[in-house]
Design a binder for this molecule. Structure first.
Ligand SMILES: [Zn+2]
Length: 143
């Protein structure tokens, strides 16, 4: 089975150590995710690719109880849909990222807990490839 990313230009690196692909403004230094062609703060067009740190702190979260609108959502629907956690993770000094979470029980999560980026199975495409997407999971034993 071949593993393919759910979208190009979102993450890179190995399955064990993936990194999100953001961008940094060459003029003012602001970091964005996803990557952008022009700066949302100063409108400069000197954006350069910037790989984001793999760990951050959970800031806010909820549970997605029904499939998001499609498109862009291409995952399971109907009886195949399983509720999942979504949240914002603050990458220190850089940017706040909206992401799926590996934990779907909101009571199992705490504000400020350390989270790390992982790749998770998302769906199987028509060619039988294993489509993966990114998610943040709680770092065990960290506080
Ligand atoms: Zn800027």
């Amino acid at each position: 089975m071949v593993r393919v990313p759910v979208a190009e230009g979102i993450f890179t690196g190995s399955t064990d150590e993936p990194q999100l692909i953001g961008s940094r403004c060459g003029a003012c230094g602001i970091v964005t995710f996803p990557a952008q062609d022009s700066c949302p703060r100063c409108a400069a067009t000197e954006m350069v690719e910037h790989l984001l740190p793999r760990r951050g702190r959970l800031w806010a979260w909820t549970t997605q109880h029904f499939p998001p609108p499609a498109p862009p959502y291409t995952g399971p629907t109907g009886k195949h849909f399983v509720p999942f956690g979504v949240g914002f993770v603050e990458l220190p000094g850089e940017v706040r990222v909206e992401s799926r979470l590996t934990e779907s029980d909101p009571d199992a999560l705490e504000a400020g807990m350390e989270m790390e980026l992982v790749l998770i199975p998302f769906r199987t495409d028509d060619d039988g490839n294993d489509v993966v997407t990114f998610a943040f999971r709680p770092v065990k034993g960290a506080s």
